[in-house]
Design a protein around this ligand. Structure first.
Ligand code: BES
Ligand code: MN
Ligand code: ZN
Length: 507
């Protein structure tokens, strides 16, 4: 999307559609009146709309008015409700902007113009960023497999209007707003890239493909990317990934992405992603219903690859490493069996009680590998447990770990980006549950506290400050939200970039 700023009056703006954000009060009609002059047909139409009671300015409302040629250049005006003045949040702006963009697309508008509404306590750059997020993320579609009968008419350009003579948008300079727009577009491109990877069906997506995508992202953004195949996994004793992949006809991969934007000797933040390109459960096979969703069991990997790409494109002043352990969990004559024991190179042995608890087995390889970077902190992202979805549903990511400072920063970043996280405890009492009769630990912890016992399994492979994010519930959406589509959400990219940008995270 081409996004520009223009200091012209709305009625002179050359766009197919104009979007006006409307507060939930009757003042908006008075404002329009003062703009239009009381007797103008458009004003009368909006007055009639108000009198009818159909449009109140409540959040989520959207109505269309049609100006005459003499009134405005635009063909249509969307009145987009944003709710009560003192209740407007950045999140509401994201949502309302997404709705306006979708309405534009439905009406085949190729261009749209709008004013940045006021949000208490936020400056123009922040509010504009929310508008751009809503629009870029809200227009995302995974439609490449459809037969194109009627080609999609995408919204191609957006004009942010500001009052002629004013070089300032809610306390931000035009230059600051421009920078916020460019950065937000870079960020949203990465989120949508993660969504694309998540949504790709697994006949087209296996560990080698994940490696190719990482390489491509690396070339585009200037990352160093290393993709290891089976021989190197053997050499480096990546026994978790090798064992999980045994039932598959595809080869496993271990992917390393490096971005050095920080000081030379500064310890990096290491991001670890679960890259199961399809999870059948293996020999402990899953029920048929809903199994197709397991194509996005590599969402953690998608987030890590996309975050590295975004961090590099944004030139963040940080050192960052991304690690992806990738396998396909299939049942077959060569597959890993329940009862098998895996001996990891850090000395820990794990009994495979259930081959469907494969995520923790592959993540262990990456967590061991992470040690070599002497990391400041390691954050792993994984669609790890159904139990986390039972606990928190689809709106909140489960967070566990021992890096208190990082967890409190992630909590803040979650509230800012609305990719919210909630901490679950990993008290030592739970460790009892993953004790094995034949090995140091087993990969299941029984019926209760499944998200926690999974985290405690991972903890056995960490020797540094660490945070685990269980995104099983948040990486896929069952229903379309305003700017979160059905399917892959790309969750974690905005969260992590916000964390990396915050000074607090870097101490
Ligand atoms: N990939 C699944 C977890 C999952 C479930 C992700 C639902 C997204 C939505 C994971 O590999 C898995 O199968 N976990 C098992 C662990 C159990 C066998 C201990 C689970 O949660 O049932
Ligand atoms: Mn599984
Ligand atoms: Zn899985």
């Amino acid at each position: 999307m081409k996004i520009t700023l223009a200091n012209v009056q709305w009625n002179k703006a050359k766009a197919d559609a104009l979007a006006f954000f409307q507060l939930e009060d009757k003042k908006w009609i008075r404002e329009m009146q003062s703009h239009y002059g009381k007797s103008k047909p458009l004003f009368r139409a909006s007055d009639a709309l108000l009198e009818s009671g159909d449009m109140l300015g409540k959040k989520d409302e959207i109505f269309t008015l049609y100006p005459t040629r003499s009134e405005a250049q635009a063909k249509r005006i969307f009145l987009v409700g944003i709710g009560k003045k003192d209740k407007i949040t950045i999140e509401q702006i994201r949502r309302s902007a997404a709705r306006a963009a979708r309405k534009a697309e439905q009406t085949k508008s190729k261009s749209m113009a709008l004013y940045v509404p006021e949000v208490k306590g936020k400056n123009g750059a922040e509010i504009t960023a929310a508008i751009v997020e809503g629009i870029e993320l809200g227009l995302y579609k995974y439609d490449k497999f459809f037969k194109k009968e009627e080609p999609r008419v995408p919204l191609q350009s957006l004009t942010i209007l500001y009052q002629p003579g004013h070089e300032n948008i809610w306390g931000s300079s035009v230059a600051d707003v421009k920078q916020a727009i460019a950065e937000t577009q870079t960020l949203c491109e990465a989120v949508n890239f993660a969504r694309d990877m998540e949504n790709e069906p697994s006949n087209n997506k296996y560990p080698a493909i994940l490696g190719d995508w990482a390489k491509q992202a690396g070339e585009e953004a200037g990352l160093k990317v290393t993709v290891m195949g089976p021989a190197e996994l053997e050499k480096n004793k990546m026994v978790g990934t090798l064992n999980v992949n045994k039932g598959s006809v595809k080869e496993p991969r271990f992917i390393v992405l490096e971005y050095n934007g920080g000081k030379k000797n500064e310890a990096p933040v290491v991001l670890v992603g679960k890259g199961i390109t399809f999870d059948t459960g293996g020999i402990s096979i899953k029920p048929a219903a809903g199994m197709g969703d397991m194509k996005s069991d590599m969402s953690g990997a998608a987030t890590v690859i996309a975050t590295l790409k975004a961090a590099a494109n944004l030139k963040l002043p940080v050192n960052l490493v991304g690690l992806v352990a990738s396998a396909e969990n299939m049942p077959s004559g060569s597959a890993m069996r329940p009862g098998d024991i895996i001996s990891y190179p850090n000395g820990v042995s794990a009994e495979v009680d259930n081959t469907d608890a494969e995520g923790r087995l592959v993540l262990a390889d990456a967590l061991i590998w992470a040690e070599r970077y002497k990391p400041k902190s390691v954050i792993d992202l994984a669609t790890l447990t159904g139990a986390c979805v039972v606990a928190l549903g689809h709106a909140t990511t489960g967070m566990m770990g021992n890096d208190i400072a990082m967890m409190s920063q992630l909590r803040k970043s979650g509230d800012t980006t609305y990719e919210r996280v909630c901490e679950l405890p990993i008290y030592e009492e739970y460790e009892e549950l993953i004790k094995s009769d034949v090995a140091d630990i087993k990969n299941t912890g029984g019926r209760w506290a499944g998200a926690i016992t999974a985290a405690l399994f991972l903890k056995r492979f960490t020797s540094y400050p660490w945070v685990h994010l269980d995104i099983a519930g948040t990486a896929r959406s069952e229903t379309a939200g305003d700017y979160i589509p059905k399917g892959g959400t790309g969750v974690g990219v905005r969260l992590l970039i916000d964390m990396l940008r915050s000074d607090g995270a870097m101490n």
